[in-house]
Design a protein around this ligand. Structure first.
Ligand code: NCD
Ligand code: ZN
Length: 427
């Protein structure tokens, strides 16, 4: 045995003081007492599974002035995320086997935490889906146009699903219907204009289409960043293979909040009304929503400080997602059970990785949390290259220690890990 971690650990749905034995980066034993040469005792601090963020945009290659795999995965590590799944809207886009291999190669040299890569499906590469499946962890489809996205016509959804259903990998979908977006297109000056140009109706149409087409297949279909009551209502009775994610920004902000500057909060799908926000939060608490995902979409402050209409959509969030909700779990706004299901167990299962649970055989990915150590989020303490956060001033609890495959990456909030430790999870 290489290491034993002792603490108040979250095992099978509850906390118990116990020892977790680690061998070759995996959990090999969980018992009240394990004797070993190397033993780390965290006393009454919480030992939780590290988070899995199924939705990040690390901008590498091609847009590395915003982020790259080293800064993105460093931010993830500090925030208690041990595995991220990168989206395909880089330059070049991750739409060919070669581009996927190239991204895996560059990320393998730069990453602090483990990572997966999603293949982008556009109208032009549907025929290559089987080939892309050799390397990718999942597929991403954009039904509506967004920042540097890939053109995909909803009339092609059935054709793409007919291929994807033969492959045991998930498909993740940005659910805003493009014809609907085009119909509502307008020059925007503020967040209310952004809602009007991205009305809930566009999400509703997209979700309906996806549900219809997902009914008779077994493939895992994940609808990303749900944002509206209309979308939420459709999920009350959905097929078992379909899951839904929400982001912290849709849960914590509404367009009625007097957010400043407005352009910083421009994101797709948009931040909507307080009623939408409350409905999403209820769905989070009562189990309707399956996953939390950051949709970490860093843009520089220079880009986000442009005129509203010229500002790119997207906000950063990979480092703050777990800390924000750890604070809410401490305050009993959300239970630890729900939080760990939403940010660890469900994303790991969806993306087919052996992480997200403290269980024999899984990767030894943990965070250690001292609930007494809360703080306010400050941009200067974060690690994304973009240098700002929409969550400035919000309360959070950052993990004190982070372990990935049994290696201590973060110790007392300091990085011990090295670039290149992070491994591709799709082999
Ligand atoms: C994302 C980005 O910037 O890459 N922007 C966003 O508003 N969410 C693209 C996307 O996922 O829509
Ligand atoms: Zn995204």
């Amino acid at each position: 045995m290489d290491l034993v971690i002792e603490g108040k650990a979250y095992i099978k749905g509850s906390f118990e003081n116990c020892c977790i034995g680690i061998s070759d980066g995996k959990i090999c034993e969980i018992k009240k007492i394990i004797k070993a040469d190397k033993n780390l005792n965290f006393g009454n601090k919480l030992v939780l599974p590290a988070g899995v963020d199924l939705h990040v945009h690390f901008r590498d290659p091609g847009l590395t002035h915003k982020e790259d795999f080293s800064t993105g995965t460093m931010a993830a590590a500090y925030g208690g995320i041990s595995c991220v799944f990168d989206m395909p809207n880089t330059i070049p886009q991750t739409t060919t086997l070669q581009n996927i291999s190239d991204k895996i190669a560059l990320a393998s040299k730069k990453s602090y935490v483990d990572f997966g890569v999603n293949a982008g499906i556009s109208d032009n590469n549907i025929k290559n889906i089987e080939e892309l499946a050799k390397k990718c962890c999942g597929f991403k489809i954009y039904l509506g146009d967004t920042t540097n996205s890939l053109r995909f016509s909803s009339s092609n959804l059935k054709k793409a699903f007919d291929k994807i259903k033969l492959i045991n990998k998930p498909v993740l979908i940005h659910a805003e219907e493009d014809n609907c977006l085009i119909k509502h297109n307008l020059k925007e000056n503020n967040l209310v204009d952004h809602i009007n140009s991205h009305p809930a109706e566009c999400e509703e149409i997209a979700v309906k289409n996806i549900l219809k087409i997902s009914r008779d297949i077994n493939t895992k279909v994940h609808i990303c960043h749900l944002s509206s009551i209309e979308g939420l209502d459709l999920l009350r009775n959905h097929p078992r293979n379909v899951s839904f994610g929400v982001t912290p920004h849709h849960l914590l902000f509404s367009a009625q909040d007097n957010l400043k500057p407005q352009s910083h909060y421009k994101v797709n799908p948009p931040i909507r009304s307080n009623l939408d926000r409350e409905a999403l939060f209820d769905g989070l608490k009562n189990g309707l929503i399956d996953a939390l995902e950051s949709d970490h979409a860093p843009h520089t402050l220079r880009e986000k400080d442009k005129e509203f209409d010229d500002t790119p959509s997207g906000v950063p969030g990979v480092e703050t997602i777990f800390p924000l909700f750890l604070y809410m779990a401490k305050k009993k706004i959300l239970s630890f059970q729900r939080l760990i299901s939403l940010l660890c167990e469900k994303p790991a299962d969806l993306m087919n990785v052996s992480k997200g649970k403290i269980e024999v055989g899984r990767d030894a990915d943990f965070i250690v949390v001292d609930l007494k150590r809360g703080c306010k989020i400050k941009p200067e303490n974060l690690h994304s290259k973009c240098g700002w956060t929409p969550f400035e001033g919000k309360s959070a609890i950052f993990p004190e220690y982070v372990f990935v495959r049994g290696e201590k990456l973060i110790e007392e909030h300091e990085m011990l890990g090295i670039k290149g430790f992070g491994k591709f999870v799709g082999e």
